[in-house]
Ligand binder design. Structure first.
Ligand code: ZN
Length: 94
């Protein structure tokens, strides 16, 4: 009887190991499907507080401002909510 239970356990472990292997394979597949476009989109995550695009640095934000609408002066500032950089249009002042 004890022998049978051990065999049962061994079968269970083997099955779980197989499930785990399949799960890892699935994760690998998902990771390989991440296209460069997806990565780019991830870099442009929006701030939950302001809803603005998050830039990783001041220079990154300034680069984004040049890509924006012409004639619109954009100023980069660091957000105290997400600690990323956002652009704000400076309509008043210089
Ligand atoms: Zn923010």
């Amino acid at each position: 009887m004890k022998q049978e239970r051990t065999t049962d356990l061994a079968t269970k472990v083997a099955r779980l190991t197989e499930e785990l292997r399949k799960a890892n394979e699935y994760i690998d597949t998902l990771e390989s499907q991440l296209s460069p476009a997806t990565v780019v989109q991830e870099k442009r995550v929006r701030c939950l507080e302001t809803g603005k695009v998050i830039y990783t640095s001041n220079s990154d934000a300034n680069h984004g401002s040049r890509a924006g609408a012409k004639g619109m002066r954009m100023r980069a500032y660091q957000c105290d909510k997400c600690y990323g950089w956002h652009l704000t249009s400076s309509t008043n002042g210089k």
